[in-house]
Design a protein. Structure first.
Lengths: 201, 81
């Protein structure tokens, strides 16, 4: 049958349209089933608290069977260091609702917003805040960043570091774990364009 | 572990006390060790895992055979696709 013989109106056309819609839906379903979802994440922050989102979402995406790439840029590069020494600062972070991870129960239940004016003048305050956060996370059965990074690697999450910020901050490739490739914006954007999920963290 | 009609579970995973996303990540690793149609029994205490394990199974095509709660512990039976 050639195009000229196709019905242009009447029950024949309705039948053909019905057939097409059904077939189209079937084919789309097949295509969807064969499609591996993908996710592109940008990690820009290097504090202990903000280190969690990219690794939690990345490792979980991979666990769901997705292809995951994380692009580390600016302070996010700290998350690729062989030895991570991430800290959390209560300074300029007034919403941080921390509770005492030790001591009697009444104390542990008390809300203690991190004072915002003190940290800059008390030496060691950041170290204390970091220790408290680590302890709290551990008590709640939350993975460490090191653990989440390892689980991400195990699940084939791809790590890409932004070469420009590596240079700007004077890092060497040897500062970072082995499983990292180096690229720039022009490499990230086409990946993000094709990704089903793109996140900026 | 022996698999029988009375005990159709091939592997056990204890994720009690662990928070998101560890129950899912550990389940993914445990499922990798199983052959097709084998069953994993997972226990967790993370309330979020009720929805998360269901979503994991939907996404990965594994079969969530059952999901129940008893005294704050959640138990899931997952059959590998």
């Amino acid at each position: 049958m050639n195009m000229a013989d196709l019905p242009t109106d009447g029950p024949e056309l309705d039948k053909m349209n019905e057939w097409f819609e059904k077939k189209f839906e079937e084919e789309m379903k097949k295509k969807e089933a064969a499609h591996t979802p993908s996710m592109a994440i940008i990690a820009t922050k290097g504090t202990l608290d903000w280190a969690y989102p990219p690794f939690i979402l990345g490792s979980t995406g991979a666990a769901l069977g997705w292809d995951v790439k994380i692009f580390f840029t600016f302070y996010g590069l700290l998350l690729l260091q062989k030895e991570m020494n991430l800290k959390v600062s209560p300074l300029g972070n007034p919403a941080m609702p921390m509770k005492m991870p030790m001591g009697p129960e009444w104390l542990q239940k008390m809300n203690m917003p991190m004072p915002n004016a003190i940290p800059s003048i008390v030496p060691g305050f950041e170290t204390t805040a970091t220790a408290l956060m680590k302890k709290t996370f551990k008590n709640k059965g939350v993975a460490t960043i090191e653990e989440l990074r390892e689980l991400s690697e195990e699940a084939d999450v791809e790590f890409v570091a932004c070469q420009m910020t590596v240079d700007v901050f004077g890092f060497e490739h040897s500062d970072f774990i082995d499983n990292v490739s180096y690229a720039g914006a022009a490499s990230f954007l086409p990946v993000a364009q094709k990704a089903d999920v793109t996140l900026f963290t | 572990m022996t698999v029988s009609l009375n005990n159709p579970v091939s592997a056990e995973l204890d994720a009690t006390g662990l928070s998101c996303p560890l129950p899912v990540l550990k389940t993914r690793n445990a499922m990798k060790e199983l052959a097709s149609r084998e069953m994993l029994r997972l226990r967790s205490t993370d309330h979020g895992s009720v929805k998360d394990i269901e979503s994991f199974c939907n996404q990965t095509g594994n079969d969530l055979v059952s999901s129940k709660e008893e005294a704050g512990t959640y138990e899931f039976l997952i059959r590998k696709r």
